[in-house]
Design a protein. Structure first.
Length: 369
């Protein structure tokens, strides 16, 4: 009888858990978390850590106000200093359990560009093969306000996707999702299991970060759950306030579990997890019905376009109210696409001067979101 396949688990640790109010690492708590990670590793599982904290640690060393988040320049400088301390911390604590830490700093562009995404995937595969523990953070020293993840929840989900992880665990300052803030006048109801993150679930989110150290909130965690669901990965929000948080979750199962979807193929999962696009195509109700039935996007269903996208660029497909319906790779550049808006397929050759492609966005290069 063959042994069970080891799990690959992504564990995300936020700034408010890793760094205390005094700007120092919460070493005692971190040691209990690393002990949990070591036990998973010794049992044969692969663990990837997505760790915030570089800005918070660097801000203290540089004496910056507002935890280093008063300006983009402050955040970049703080991250440059704090990342050294953060990497050293993880290397030291993992080393106490004879585990090798491997640092990876990623930008949004690294995960949005297909070739660079595949390079990151290959690096993760090799590190896991050699039983190292990747410690990943956004490269905040070069990230800009316009081109960044903005929080490590979505980064953790994208890393899980790149590593073909089985589950993502987001350690939080609360024990999961509530239908309203637990400290409101009316006590919030705890949500233990979520099948799919729809509008009713998103409406429960509060985008604030209670500690003031981090950049995420419940909204970012729900967006991460969407990415994980599409990639066929379970995602859980669990409390990181107690010691040994992974062991506690395994024993009590207290947290919010977002179930995995069926799992799109690798390209479609990558498309669905993207956070940026080169342009927007707005479509009518008939085209929406066609896409939802598994069809491709034809010119006849397009009402307008935005952006200067080229062929093979990623485009966002929206309804008339501006809600995202799908994401895919354009078969036409924006200039030619503008010429054929609302036209039937039989008209396209005369309008374009060449034999048209079968669709503006083909179903094999598109994913519903």
């Amino acid at each position: 009888m063959s042994a069970a396949k080891p799990d690959t688990i992504v564990v995300k640790v936020g700034s408010s858990l890793l760094v205390g109010e005094d700007g120092q690492p919460r070493r005692d708590w971190l040691k209990t978390l690393v002990s949990d990670i070591a036990k998973r590793h010794q049992a044969g599982d692969n663990v990837i850590i997505v760790s915030s904290g570089s800005i918070a640690l660097g801000a203290r060393k540089l004496g910056l106000d507002k935890g280093g988040r008063a300006s983009l320049a402050d955040a970049q400088a703080a991250a440059s200093v704090g990342q050294i301390a953060l990497s050293s911390l993880w290397s030291e604590l993992l080393g106490e359990h004879q585990l090798t830490a491997a640092q990876m700093l990623l930008t949004l562009d690294d995960m949005e560009d297909r070739k660079r995404y595949l390079n990151a995937t290959a690096t993760l595969e090799k590190l896991i093969e050699h039983r190292a523990v990747p410690v990943i953070n956004e490269n905040d020293s070069v990230a800009t306000d316009e081109i960044r993840f903005g929080d490590n929840d979505k980064l953790a989900a994208r890393v899980g996707q790149a590593a073909s992880a089985d589950r993502v665990l987001l350690l939080s300052d609360i024990d999961g999702l509530y239908d309203r803030r637990p400290d409101s006048q009316t006590n919030g109801q705890f949500i233990g299991v979520v099948e799919i993150v729809d509008d009713s679930i998103m409406a429960m989110a509060d985008g604030s970060s209670s500690s003031g150290l981090g950049s995420g909130g419940m909204t970012s965690k729900l967006e991460a759950a969407k990415i994980a669901n599409l990639a066929g990965i379970e995602l859980s929000i669990i409390s990181g306030r107690e010691e040994h948080p992974l062991e506690r979750y395994a024993l009590t199962n207290v947290g919010t579990l977002f179930k995995a979807g069926d799992g799109a193929n690798a390209r479609k999962a990558w498309l669905g997890g993207r956070l940026t696009s080169a342009g927007t195509i707005t479509i009518d109700g008939g085209a929406i019905a066609a896409l939802q039935s598994g069809g491709s996007l034809l010119a006849a269903g397009i009402t307008s376009i935005e952006g200067q996208f080229k062929r093979s660029d990623v485009v966002e497909i929206k309804d008339l109210d501006g809600q995202s319906i799908a994401r895919g790779l354009a078969e036409y550049d924006a200039l030619d696409c503008a010429k054929i808006i609302g036209r039937r397929s039989s008209e396209l050759e005369a309008l374009l001067g060449y034999a048209p492609r079968s669709a503006v966005v083909h179903r094999n290069q598109m994913v519903l979101v």
